[in-house]
Design a protein around this ligand. Structure first.
Ligand code: GTP
Ligand code: SPV
Ligand code: MN
Length: 587
């Protein structure tokens, strides 16, 4: 526990508001976690899985109306509306507090208030930050104990400081009509009501580590980004670190845990995972950009994860994992999801809790956004730098999205500001990670559209400023697209492990060891420079997906111009110039 006055007085205030029957302080010890698991199983909140096959693993089903982030009910409550910008929903903070407090009032009656002290980043590291989440959900407590560092040591690290993020989560009735995920960046506060789904309620993740942290980063001169971090080890042992921003469900976890193709393995290539979703980056004493993963676990998409696509992720989920909204195989008390294997269980329960026969049913057994919450330490390829508070130096930043056409497999920006432009014009087809239509192309700058806690025009300006500070030590900026489709709607590029072939070119470009073709959008590889050894993939097909089609890009430029109008005066002149220069190169 703590004597920190700012913590104690806030907890008193919240207690008086939500009126719990009791308060339990979470210390993250095995004993406490075990007792909470038992309690959750006794009420049906969680199901204990086969402990021989899946030790310490559990299954949870959220309400059927509560299975993904709700972007239309997510608000940035800055004092001035302008500060939230055109891409966020805004609510006046006074009105928001009143509305949320009215919803939260008395809602813990008959329930327990759990107080979770957590550190984003290794406890005590100068790059880490502390939060306290209050919740009435054991599921949230157990997930937070995997996803963040929860321990008494967090109180020690905090001491008397008033620098920490407040998070109040109230399940209330899981009423979709009164569901709100609200952020008060000027008050370091998050309030989430009427949801039980991860991205809405594990407040350390998107709410703190991206929406609040991006705002802090702008103020304090660092960056909070929706990026994986991985290390590529060459046969000589040298490791190059890259960070990559892809929108939700577009391949971050998969790339972060990539297994090299056989020919690369034989040569001695290795890939090390530092993070799969969020990067906090700051300029180090050597002037380079250094990144930490503030999380302690992976909240990964289950469907499509299998022994071939991502064996490391699958291995990571074999112990101490909470599965959410997957199918429950009653024959051996294990879990199943679409794309795990070709043998769906016949005697099962689907994600909605209904009996399900995977062999005959035309319904899905697992929700497309079903997830696993797995400890990072389980990951066979976790980087030895993961737990060090110093972070890793980033040589390349990679943007990417899901585009059936237009965007080539890979290209490099001309320089930092052109790279900021490339990030700002990112577009991707929407996925099941957020409620709403799937497969619609939308602009998602830096994969941060749903996660930037302030005006996105100011966010672009912050990127440009970071580039000025980094100077010639700035990471090189690239864009990738694993998702080009052929005429029959199949993915052309094999993806997954074979993405290392593209990463190899990127690393070589950073080292000045690979040539490139200059195109209107940036530098594209010579097809011959992408190593296709051991892959049944023709040079012609590769040339096809490296192509830059000026006509398509002219249309794209019109779309960008339209999108940029949103930002009005706040759009940095540098980006206007970049768009004009692109257009000039295309005609
Ligand atoms: P969030 O956790 O929502 O932020 O998602 P993410 O970006 O970590 O995405 P993830 O790695 O979980 O991948 C999402 C989906 O993309 C899965 O269905 C994968 O099978 C698929 N995917 C990932 N990498 C590739 C790839 O290289 N090629 C193809 N075709 N699909 C991929
Ligand atoms: C995402 O949607 O980008 C996720 C999952 O990583 S959630 O925690 O729901 O945001
Ligand atoms: Mn994500």
């Amino acid at each position: 526990m703590t004597n920190n006055k700012t913590v104690l007085s806030w907890i008193d205030e919240m207690k008086a508001l939500v009126t719990p029957d009791q308060v339990v302080w979470i210390d993250g010890t095995d004993e406490q976690i075990e007792a909470l698991r038992a309690e959750a199983c006794s009420t049906g909140e969680m199901i204990k899985l086969n402990q021989e096959k899946l030790p310490d693993c559990y299954l949870h089903r959220t309400a059927v109306n509560d299975v993904a982030r709700v972007e239309d009910r997510t608000f940035i409550c800055s004092r001035k509306e302008e500060d939230a910008g055109p891409t966020n929903h805004w609510m006046d903070p006074q009105k928001a507090y009143k509305m949320l407090y009215d919803i939260a009032r008395g809602s813990y009656k008959g329930r327990t208030m759990y107080v979770i002290p957590y550190s984003m980043g290794p406890i005590g590291s100068p790059l880490s930050k502390i939060g306290v989440e209050l919740t009435d959900s054991i599921y949230v407590v157990l997930n937070m104990c995997i996803m963040t560092r929860v321990s008494e040591k967090v109180w020690e690290a905090l001491g008397d400081s008033a620098e920490w993020v407040k998070g109040l989560h109230c399940k209330v009735n899981i009423d979709a009509e009164n569901r709100y995920i609200c952020h008060f960046p000027e008050d370091d506060t998050i309030i989430s009501v009427n949801s039980g789904y991860g991205g809405n309620v594990l407040l350390g993740k998107k709410c703190f580590a991206l929406r609040i942290a991006s705002y802090l980063g702008k103020k304090q001169g660092w960056m909070a980004e929706h990026m994986l971090i991985l290390g590529i080890e060459k046969p000589d042992g040298e490791i190059t670190y890259v960070a990559a921003a892809f929108p939700s469900a577009c391949g971050k976890t998969n790339l972060a845990m990539l297994i090299p193709p056989e020919v690369y393995k034989q040569k001695g290539y290795k890939v090390w995972t530092v993070g799969d979703d969020i990067a906090w980056m700051q300029i180090g004493p050597d002037g380079r950009l250094w990144a930490i993963n503030p999380e302690n676990g992976f909240f990964g998409v289950a469907p499509g994860t299998n022994a071939k696509s991502n064996p490391n992720a699958l291995a990571t989920t074999k112990a101490g994992t909470i599965f959410t909204n997957v199918a429950h195989n009653l024959d051996d008390n294990t879990v199943w999801w679409e794309g795990l294997d070709k043998n769906p269980p016949e005697n099962a329960v689907d994600w909605t809790g209904e009996p399900w026969n995977g062999k005959t049913s035309d319904k899905k057994g697992a929700h497309p956004n079903s997830r696993f919450t797995a400890p990072a330490k389980n990951c066979p390829c976790i980087s030895s730098e993961f737990d060090k508070g110093t972070g890793v130096p980033i040589s390349a930043i990679i943007f990417g999205g899901r585009r059936a056409q237009t965007t080539p497999l890979v290209y490099q920006s001309r320089d930092w500001n052109n790279g900021v432009f490339v990030g700002s014009i990112m577009a991707s087809e929407t996925t099941a990670a957020a409620a709403g239509a799937v497969g619609v192309v939308r602009r998602d700058p830096m994969a941060m559209l749903p996660f930037c806690g302030y005006h996105m025009g100011d966010y672009f300006a912050h990127w440009i400023e970071m580039g000025e500070k980094l100077g010639d030590k700035a990471p090189k900026i690239f864009n990738v697209n694993w998702f080009r489709l052929d005429d029959e709607g199949h993915f052309i590029w094999p993806g997954f492990g074979d993405n290392l072939r593209v990463l190899e070119w990127i690393v070589k470009r950073c080292e000045g060891k690979a040539d490139a073709v200059e195109t209107p959008i940036g530098y594209v590889p010579h097809a011959e420079d992408i190593n296709l050894d051991g892959l049944d993939f023709s040079l012609e097909t590769l040339k096809g997906i490296l192509e830059v089609n000026n006509e398509q890009w002219l249309k794209e430029a019109d779309g960008i111009e339209e999108f940029y109008k949103k930002f009005g005066d706040k759009l940095p002149q540098e980006l206007k110039d970049q768009l004009a220069a692109l257009k000039a190169r295309l005609v």
